[in-house]
Design a protein around this ligand. Structure first.
Ligand SMILES: Cc1ncc(C[n+]2csc(CCOP(=O)(O)OP(=O)(O)O)c2C)c(N)n1
Ligand SMILES: [Mg+2]
Length: 372
């Protein structure tokens, strides 16, 4: 395949390139297990979403896009940072954050990762150094700061930021890559190019389909690849993370993939007609789990019995986590100040409390004591 992009990929028919040559069975089975767990987690949330309507937050599903999170799950270390966009569940699980807290968060419960107040697209889990955000490219700006912090402290750690290709419609992306490249920050940009921003294809938003070429002009290392070959995605991300960890500056990896669901929620939005049926069929036929599973079975590294055992284990884990989420109490806080005021940020608290005062000081330059 000469130039990899959505157009050329669609012309290739069924993907034949996934190869297990030179890979370790244990590692590849971990990738497979992760993708299976993520897929089943998303499918269970979809099943539980309607008609129960107990999860009340907007939720963006990543069915079909399991490969990049799977690869990250085996490459990223506990002290690395991971920042995600709104389609967050794969990245959340990739960083080792707990399933129970994810589901409890979606149900708005106190035991949720953020006490039930962030929901799916803004979920974070600090103990795992995982953060997401609904503002396009917003979390990426914070990832730049985290990478700068790691560099200043001299740690051989990396920050990774995962996002959709529409982040490159935003100015913040170009500021982030420029700053990260100039300062050789240990930052890996993972762009899951699924061709669409909500209902708009890339060709209606950008003059050319050459995102990686443009990024390369900022002197960042770039890779573009078919994103449903999890073995290839793992190989490329291992290289990119290795480069960033060794202090050789930021890397940009563009994986071409596809979301099976509508943009948001479990509802199908294909009646709008923004995605050709042949395109959807192509990507379903090239499911990342299926492509790997075929090779694993052919190689004898996976047997139907082992697959059944994995399915049972994941089903049990999901059933337990859903039961936990549903029986957990709702948060009891009713005063907004208890949510926003923290002893660790006294200046912010004072500003918030000032806002209630009759004589609010609008000249906050005076109100804030000089920090140094
Ligand atoms: C700054 C900003 N502008 C617009 C939006 C509305 N919005 C939410 S998701 C989305 C599309 C995102 O597409 P992409 O980044 O490619 O990720 P995908 O949904 O395809 O995974 C848009 C435009 C937003 N959240 N933030
Ligand atoms: Mg997209």
């Amino acid at each position: 395949m000469a130039k990899v992009n959505h157009e050329t990929i669609l012309k290739t028919g069924r993907y034949q390139g996934l190869s297990l040559k030179g890979t370790e069975p244990e590692l590849v089975l971990r990738l497979y297990q992760f993708m299976l767990r993520l897929r089943m987690c998303e499918e269970s949330i979809i099943t539980e979403y309607h008609p129960a309507d107990e999860m009340r937050c907007p939720t963006h599903f990543c069915v079909g896009q399991e490969a990049a999170p799977a690869a990250l799950s085996v490459l990223i270390q506990p002290e690395d940072y991971l920042f995600s966009h709104h389609r967050s569940h794969g990245y959340y699980l990739a960083k080792g954050a707990p399933l129970r807290a994810l589901l409890a968060e979606l149900y708005g419960r106190d035991a949720g990762a953020n006490g039930g107040k962030a929901g799916s697209q803004d979920i974070s889990f600090s103990p795992s150094r995982f953060y997401s955000g609904a503002i396009l490219a917003g979390a990426m700006g914070i990832a730049v700061g985290a990478a700068l912090g790691l560099q200043v402290k001299g740690y051989p750690k990396v920050a990774v930021t995962g996002f959709g290709e529409a982040a490159l419609d935003e100015g913040l992306f170009w500021e982030a890559i420029s700053f990260a490249s100039l300062h050789k920050l240990p930052l890996v940009f993972v762009c899951e190019n699924n061709r669409y921003s909500t209902y708009s294809p890339l060709w209606k938003r950008q003059p050319a389909d050459n995102l990686s070429e443009r990024v390369a002009s900022f002197k960042a290392k770039t890779w573009t690849l078919f994103g449903n070959d999890v073995v290839a995605v793992h190989q490329v991300l291992a290289e990119a993370i290795g480069e960033a960890r060794a202090g050789r500056g930021p890397c940009f990896v563009e994986t071409f993939t596809y979301r099976w669901n509508g943009h948001v929620g479990p509802e199908d939005d294909d009646h709008i007609g923004y995605r050709p049926p042949e395109e959807r069929a192509f990507w379903k036929a090239n499911c990342p789990i299926l492509l790997l599973e075929e090779q694993l079975l052919a190689q004898g590294w996976l047997t139907p019995a082992r697959k059944d055992a994995m399915l049972t284990e994941i089903r049990e884990e999901l059933a337990e986590a859903f039961a936990f989420a549903k029986r957990s109490p709702f948060p009891s806080v009713t005063d907004w100040r208890d949510l926003n005021c923290s002893p660790s940020s006294p200046v912010a608290d004072r500003l918030l409390l000032d806002a209630n005062a009759e004589t609010f000081n609008h000249d906050q330059a005076d109100a804030i004591p000089a920090p140094y």
